[in-house]
Design a binder for this molecule. Structure first.
Ligand SMILES: Cc1cc2nc3c(=O)[nH]c(=O)nc-3n(C[C@H](O)[C@H](O)[C@H](O)COP(=O)(O)OP(=O)(O)OC[C@H]3O[C@@H](n4cnc5c(N)ncnc54)[C@H](O)[C@@H]3O)c2cc1C
Length: 316
């Protein structure tokens, strides 16, 4: 069977694109290397998705339940799924050819890249173990679970300062640690962070280890070298949560020749069209000021709609 539209990645962007593409009568194939849901599978309670309020007998959906529903919905409209990784993508004439991890290829005139982004990790003991149990990479998502708790934030860029500000509205005990002696964040944001009474900033400090039982209970802090004082000294401090903002890595390496911003996120126009004709981009891999499920889903819908228009034009 010939495919009209291939979607790479089945996170919220790819799954929503699949539903919209299939409902527009396109033959849609979604290729996902892991499980459908992407990062949304990690979300405990997806309480900030519009309308996901639950009922008197049921709480709002978890990220896992939400992902399962998106998957079911896309399949019910006819989208097909393939569990495989896409290794490369090339365009010849008006056709894309995708090489898969199992050695096979798939072709289609239009592709939506919805491969998401991965958070950089600190790579310290306890980080992976307590992920989702006190360690988080998203303050707007998980911050409300730690109201009035002791929260450590790691990082020194815009994201760390921005998210520390957000968390400071939930708790007066936010400690922002940065391994250097100054922030990388924009000046105004850095100043606001430094003057926020609910945020204690500790420069020249890094989180060396995260400890706990069922959930995070403490962090081991280490003095780093920038001010030359007490290098390597460590101390243990009680903690309820650790938010890590060490940057994100867009999964955009499949399309090296596409226009990207300085951090590797793919630039599109309002139709989610990349600089390569027929290649549309949606979700966290796209250059965007805000990365959330609702944004990824909306971009997936736009990308599928515009991919359908593109295919109509190709078919004359
Ligand atoms: C811990 C955590 C909590 C969060 N909490 C919230 C929250 O409460 N509310 C909210 O709105 N947002 C939250 N977010 C952010 C939200 O999950 C993301 O914005 C959203 O999932 C982005 O969707 P996406 O489809 O663009 O990408 P992703 O969800 O990253 O999905 C991309 C998919 O593409 C697949 N893929 C990548 N490369 C390939 C390849 N080469 N071949 C095949 N498949 C590939 C990946 O396996 C993945 O499944 C949270 C994120 C994290 C990490």
């Amino acid at each position: 069977m010939s495919i009209d539209l291939i979607i790479i990645g089945a996170g919220p962007a790819g799954l929503t694109a699949a539903q919209y593409g299939a409902r527009a009568n396109l033959k849609v194939l979604v290729i996902e290397q892991l499980a459908p849901g992407g990062q949304a599978l990690l979300i405990d309670v997806l309480e900030n998705y519009p309308g996901n309020v639950g009922s008197a007998d049921a709480p709002p959906k978890t990220g896992f339940e939400f992902s399962q529903d998106l998957h079911k919905q896309a399949e019910s409209f006819g989208a097909q799924f393939l569990s495989e990784s896409v290794l490369s993508l090339k365009r010849e004439g008006n056709l894309f050819t995708l090489a898969l991890g199992n050695g096979e290829t798939r072709t289609a005139p239009a592709v939506i890249l919805a491969t998401g982004a991965q958070h950089r990790t600190l790579d310290v003991p306890g980080e992976a173990e307590f992920s989702g149990r006190g360690v988080s990479y998203c303050a707007t998502c998980d911050g409300p679970f730690f109201r009035n708790k002791k929260i450590f934030v790691a990082g020194g860029g815009d994201a760390a300062c921005d998210e520390a500000q957000y968390l400071s509205r939930l708790s007066s005990q936010v400690v922002l640690v940065h391994r250097r002696d100054h922030f990388r964040a924009q000046k105004a944001l850095a100043e606001r962070t430094l003057h926020n009474p609910n945020i204690e900033v500790r420069f020249n400090t890094r989180i060396k280890e995260i400890r706990g039982g069922q959930k995070v209970a403490s962090v081991i802090l280490e003095r780093t070298g920038d001010d030359g004082k007490g290098i390597g000294e460590t101390r243990e401090e009680a903690a309820d949560a650790v938010f890590i903002f060490a940057g994100t890595i867009p999964q955009s390496s499949l399309v090296p020749d596409t226009a990207k911003d300085e951090n590797g996120y793919i630039i599109t126009d309002q139709k989610m069209a990349s600089s390569v004709p027929g290649l549309f981009i949606a979700g966290d891999v796209r250059a965007s000021p805000f990365r959330q499920v609702v944004v990824a889903a909306a971009e997936g819908a736009i990308a599928a709609h515009c991919a359908a228009e593109y295919i109509d034009r190709l078919n004359g």
